[in-house]
Design a protein around this ligand. Structure first.
Ligand SMILES: [Zn+2]
Length: 160
């Protein structure tokens, strides 16, 4: 494993931290709830490259610890590996609010595949209908298609 994959927590501002690298048994998430301010903590998950089963266990513990401490977690730029866990294991969602996330798109015109950031707040109405917002291809300007099953990939946004 290269040092680039090593897990680290970077403070980005008051109550704003970024999680970077692999979330596994070496990733310590227990310090996070204490970094909240006024009951809020924003986690930027754009730099998470992988999460294994032990990382998922610690992630669920983080959700429980945050709820016990009355800390609201806001997840932004949620990377695709985390989205897959949120979809498979309900407990990983906790009460965290996802404000933006990465999603796979593909261009039928030029073949480009991209992981694009979806603003879950701006596109709330579209997403609530189980639809992926339209995206434009950076390569050729054509409309990109969602490159997964929306009802499966967007399942984590459903409450109850
Ligand atoms: Zn294209």
């Amino acid at each position: 494993m290269t040092s680039g994959n090593r897990f680290r927590i970077e403070e980005r501002g008051p109550a704003q931290v970024a999680l970077i690298g692999v979330i596994d048994e070496n990733a310590d998430l227990t310090t996070l709830p204490a970094m909240a301010q006024r009951g809020m903590l924003q986690l930027d998950l754009g730099g998470v490259t992988f999460i294994n089963s032990l990382g998922v266990r610690d992630w669920i513990r983080l959700q429980a610890a945050a709820q016990a401490a009355r800390v609201s977690l806001e997840l932004c730029n949620v990377a695709e590996p985390i989205i897959h866990q949120l979809n498979m294991i309900i407990a990983t969602r906790g009460t965290a609010k996802v404000t933006s996330f990465f999603a796979p798109y593909a261009c039928d015109n030029c073949g480009r595949e991209d992981s694009l950031i979806v603003d879950a707040v701006a596109h709330a109405a579209t997403l609530a209908r189980g639809q992926a917002p339209a995206m434009v291809c950076k390569e050729c300007g054509a409309a990109m298609a969602f490159n997964d099953f929306p009802e499966r990939y967007l399942a984590f946004l459903q409450r109850d």
